[in-house]
Design a protein. Sequence first.
Length: 94
Amino acid sequence: MIRVRKPRPELVSEADEREFWELHDSTDYVDWSQAESVRLPNLKPSTQSVSMRFPLGLLERIKIEANKRDVPYQSLIKVWLAERLAAEDARLRR
């Protein structure tokens, strides 16, 4: 059985396009069986700045550990947080 697709509308702005796709099922307009897998190796995840206050002694210890590893201390904090969250997820799945 061949499925007839609806013609895609001409949308003039990104906001119009976003609104259209929020309200319509893409399978009515796109034959996803013809889709090809794509890799985007240079795509960076979205980030958001946060401000935190650390006790001076704790921050100095973090900076020392980062210096030993030759990485910026903010990067080390991110790695440690990600590792801790992964460990918590694993613990909760048991």
